[in-house]
Ligand binder design. Structure first.
Ligand SMILES: Nc1ncnc2c1ncn2[C@@H]1O[C@H](COP(=O)(O)OP(=O)(O)OP(=O)(O)O)[C@@H](O)[C@H]1O
Length: 365
């Protein structure tokens, strides 16, 4: 007797397509069955529930979103492109109609037990802090995901926040999810600036830029790291514009040059002159490499801000590269020191590749 028989859950059968077509490029539908279960997540675009596929025993999350018949679903198109260890994988998808004739798209995804938001709340409720090494392992995996996303697929996620980072607290694995706001940015085409959740919005978005780059995801990631260290959001803005006030309170007023780098069309330059607070005063208990790393990411000018590969190369992560004993086992289990030449380092010139290899894979000759 299986679990669904014990709990009296109805088994449904669906014709589904694979998330990634086979080597021949064909994608014939197959049939799968799973017990219907309760919803675990409510998003702004749909519901998420978790279940187990009977045929393969895979634990999955099914995200069901209303499909506008006039447009291709961008989340589906992007998820079909993505294949990376630190990004939630699209296993299958299918469409279904409800009784009113509305069409829903169902994305069948890898299951992960918790979001980073829930993981952090666990420590806050215990009045303890997240272990610094655990934070480092999550941040490294996030930048591995972003390096692949930004440099191999040219996709910008546009909604990096703790709720969209799924983790396994038992082995510290992290996977990026929710590509509902993601887009392939092209330098010649403008993009809407009203994306990304408030606390994590890069200053160029607050300045209304439409020519922003993948660097907005690095800003959001720095905000996530800061929140894990502080136990609360670093820039808790109460409204769109208050978000900028929160940033200025710590980083100081941006210079004319920095405002121009964020949005060349922004003409109103009237800000009270606020002096920056050095980050070693904000993060009093953290070591120098942690503070320096945050300094390299929390820059107004997106071009001065580290990109995702520079982040991976930061000395902050040296502890993982030169680890021993228990930590080395964790690093090996998470495969942190392995990089795929084509999909993770393929955008580099030979000289750059040699330097990056030396930094990221110090033990591999
Ligand atoms: N693969 C998964 N495994 C486990 N839980 C998941 C998975 N995907 C999503 N969830 C849960 O469902 C929630 C909502 O998922 P998701 O962010 O993809 O939906 P959304 O409708 O875009 O949400 P939002 O409006 O918050 O951005 C997540 O925060 C998480 O708690």
């Amino acid at each position: 007797m299986n679990v669904s028989e014990l709990t009296n859950q109805a088994i449904v059968q669906k014709q589904v397509y694979y998330g990634h077509p086979n080597e021949q490029g064909t994608n014939e539908p197959i049939q799968i069955s799973y017990p219907t279960t309760e919803v675990v997540g409510h998003g702004s675009f749909g519901v998420v529930f978790t279940t187990t596929i009977e045929e393969t025993n895979e634990m999955v999350a099914i995200k069901k979103v209303l499909q506008d018949r006039r447009f291709k679903n961008r989340e589906l198109e992007i998820m079909k492109l993505l294949k990376h260890k630190n990004i939630i994988d699209l296993k299958y998808y299918f469409y279904e109609k409800d009784t009113q004739g509305e069409v829903y798209l169902n994305l069948i995804l890898d299951f992960m037990p918790q979001s980073l938001y829930q993981r952090l709340r666990h420590f806050v409720h215990q009045q303890s802090v997240m272990p610094r090494l655990e934070i480092k392992c999550y941040m490294y995996q996030l930048f591995k995901a972003l390096n692949y996303l930004h440099h191999h697929t040219n996709v910008c996620h546009r909604d990096i926040k703790p709720q969209n980072l799924l983790v396994n607290p038992n082995n510290w694995e992290l996977k990026l999810c929710d590509f509902g706001s993601a887009k392939q940015l092209k330098p010649s085409e403008p993009n809407v600036s009203y994306i990304c959740s408030r606390y994590y919005r890069a200053p160029e978005l607050i300045f209304g830029a439409t020519n922003y780059t993948n660097q907005i995801d690095v800003w959001s990631s720095a905000c996530v790291m800061a929140e894990l260290l502080l136990g609360q959001p670093m820039f808790p803005g109460e409204s769109g514009i208050d978000q900028l006030v929160e940033i200025i309170k710590i980083l100081g007023t941006p210079s004319k040059q920095e405002i121009c780098a964020m949005n060349p069309n922004y003409m109103e330059h009237k800000f009270p002159q606020i002096k920056p607070i050095p980050l070693n005063k904000v993060f009093k208990k953290e070591d120098d490499s942690t503070v320096e790393f945050l300094n390299n990411m929390l820059r107004y000018d997106p071009l001065e801000r580290f990109n995702s590969l520079q982040c991976l190369c930061s000395t902050y992560f040296d502890e993982l590269r030169y680890s021993q004993d228990n930590l080395r086992e964790i690093v090996n289990n998470l495969d942190l020191l392995h990089f795929d030449y084509q999909t993770e380092l393929g955008h580099l010139t030979n000289d750059q590749l040699a330097a990056v290899k030396l930094k990221l894979m110090p033990n591999i000759i």
